[in-house]
Ligand binder design. Structure first.
Ligand SMILES: NC(=O)C1=CN([C@@H]2O[C@H](COP(=O)(O)OP(=O)(O)OC[C@H]3O[C@@H](n4cnc5c(N)ncnc54)[C@H](O)[C@@H]3O)[C@@H](O)[C@H]2O)C=CC1
Ligand SMILES: C[N+](C)(C)CC(=O)CC(=O)[O-]
Length: 496
């Protein structure tokens, strides 16, 4: 088994809530145990954020959302789960107690991950009867958008557990990295804490305010780090001589008195008050929920930009997103498998993402083509032209497109596309797509395309196989009974 069938989340706060959303939106049923009286409200709010973000992140067909169940005992929550994620507060005694309780009632083959930010798995597994299945699965906030999970084993964790944990992350759109040796705070939080310690000194010593410090990050290396890490960035900074030159030039600076990294600032009342006040000023009245919305929209935009990186192949977290989407398309998800012949096919449902909006405040031109292209792709999958078919050497290429813009699609608006197949022959597929406002049904744009069946290696049009043509013709026959779409056959400059 390489996927998670049922998950249990013990603790449903900031991180537990993020895990719950990640699992549910990947189609996995989740049981939750959290004694907090408002746990279901808090989880509900995180889930609502996650759903908004996913609607903007991807047009790929997500599986039906998993079932969410709040349980009154830990035992009830853990029953039947094959991945149990502990996300209770960061206290060794509390986590040990909870993990030992999980261990006593979990399925023998269940994997048990801890979200701890820095505790050693060896310490966490000390009292467990089956410690071989406990590992650290350290995520990043927001768990539903940031894909990384640091997987760390303790002295008693089995190699099989680590392998099993790693393979189960890809199907939920995450990237596991196995940290070879356990160490407090692993890799990510080691780095973040070094930065955090130095940042607190800079505020303490009145070198800058929290806002200036954040500006220094987000207008410079913060942007770089989303797409290349520290070492690849510095390799480039070494110029043509690369990393070795970089180390020769900047290595000696490490011995200069640049940092206070080894000292820990005293977070006394005065410093807490100073940081709190400056942080309030920086927030300028925005609530945590509003800041989360802005953060999520920005992360969606960055992930989408990275999906188009490296010449469209996708780069880093964007490549991971692209691969995840391909697996969603391959799995079919919500894609139409049977169709109602009395209507055009409804093929793509999505929301207008922040990265799609232009200076006019509405969806920019090329995103229309993107949605219409996705609509053609969905139609092709429906008639059997899927990734395996394309990899085997044949495909359909779009050779002509005419888009009409009839209305405006605004940020966050729910939209969907429909397709009417106008004509099919052995090489050609003539389609008419319409983009609708989902709330009103209003047509926002139409696109008419001619697609040609090609042998990709030979680079020339060839007849499609009979089974593909038969499926396309069955749809075209049904669609021939519908009224011809208004606007079909129009060209630019034509009188209405
Ligand atoms: N907040 C962050 O940025 C990150 C936190 N983490 C780690 O995730 C874990 C959870 O942290 P947060 O979600 O931030 O804390 P949180 O305080 O938001 O949530 C903790 C939740 O655990 C619940 N809880 C307490 N005792 C419990 C018990 N015995 N059984 C079940 N639930 C219980 C609480 O009611 C609360 O809802 C910690 O280990 C933390 O280090 C990891 C990555 C990032
Ligand atoms: C502050 N923190 C140590 C809990 C942060 C993390 O563990 C990871 C993150 O999301 O920054």
């Amino acid at each position: 088994m390489t996927g998670i069938n049922k998950a249990a989340c013990i603790g449903g706060g900031v991180i537990g809530g993020g895990w719950i959303a990640r699992f549910l939106l990947a189609g996995i049923d989740v049981n939750v145990f959290d004694p907090h009286p408002e746990a279901s409200r808090i989880v509900g709010e995180v889930l609502a954020n996650a759903e908004k973000a996913y609607a903007m992140l991807t047009g790929a067909p997500l599986p039906p959302r998993g079932r969410l169940t709040f349980c009154t005992t830990l035992e009830e929550a853990v029953a039947g789960a094959d991945w149990i994620q502990e996300s209770v507060p960061e206290r060794l005694d509390l986590k040990r107690g909870v993990l030992t309780e999980i261990d006593a009632v979990a399925r023998p083959d269940a994997l048990i991950g801890s979200s701890t930010s820095g505790l050693l798995p060896t310490d966490l597994q000390r009292d467990m009867k089956h410690p071989q299945r406990l590992f650290v699965a350290h995520p990043y906030n927001p768990v539903y958008l940031l894909p990384l999970v640091e997987i760390v084993g303790g002295e008693k964790t089995s190699a099989a557990t680590i392998r099993a944990a790693m393979v189960r992350l890809a199907p939920i759109g995450m990237k596991g990295v196995h940290i070879a040796k356990e160490i407090e705070a692993f890799v990510g939080d080691r780095l973040l804490e070094a930065l955090w310690r130095e940042a607190l000194w800079l505020i303490h010593d009145d070198i800058c305010t929290v806002e200036t410090l954040d500006d220094v990050i987000r207008y410079s290396f913060g942007l770089r780090w989303a797409q290349m890490g520290l070492f690849q960035t510095y390799r480039i900074a070494g110029g043509e001589a690369g990393m070795r030159h970089f180390l020769a030039q900047f290595g000696p600076c490490l011995a200069w008195p640049w940092t206070k990294l080894t000292d820990v600032v005293d977070l006394d009342d005065a410093l807490i008050e100073k940081i709190g006040r400056q942080s309030d000023e920086q927030a300028a009245g925005l609530s945590i929920r509003e800041l989360e919305r802005i953060r999520d929209e920005n992360l969606v935009g960055i992930l989408q930009a990275l999906k188009g990186g490296d010449g469209g192949r996708g780069w880093g977290a964007g490549k991971l997103l692209k691969d995840f989407e391909q697996s969603l398309w391959a799995a079919g998800g919500r894609a139409t498998t049977s169709f109602d012949p009395s209507k055009p096919l409804k093929l793509v449902e999505t929301k207008v993402s922040p990265a799609w909006v232009d200076y006019n405040g509405h969806m920019t031109e090329h995103r229309y083509l993107q949605v219409f292209g996705d609509t053609s792709d969905a139609l092709l999958r429906l008639i059997g032209v899927d990734l395996a078919y394309v990899e085997a050497g044949q495909s359909y290429y779009t050779v002509e497109t005419h888009i009409r813009h009839l209305g405006e699609a605004k940020l966050g608006q729910a939209i969907h596309s429909t397709c009417q197949v106008l004509d099919v022959d052995e090489k050609r597929l003539h389609v008419f797509h319409t983009l609708h406002d989902t709330a009103t049904g209003e047509a926002l744009a139409t696109a008419e395309h001619m697609l040609l069946h090609v042998d990709s290696k030979a680079g020339k049009a060839v007849p499609a196989p009979a089974d593909i043509i038969d499926k396309a013709k069955a749809i075209a026959r049904a669609h021939a009974e519908l009224a011809a779409p208004e606007g079909a056959g129009r060209h630019v400059g034509q009188r209405r």
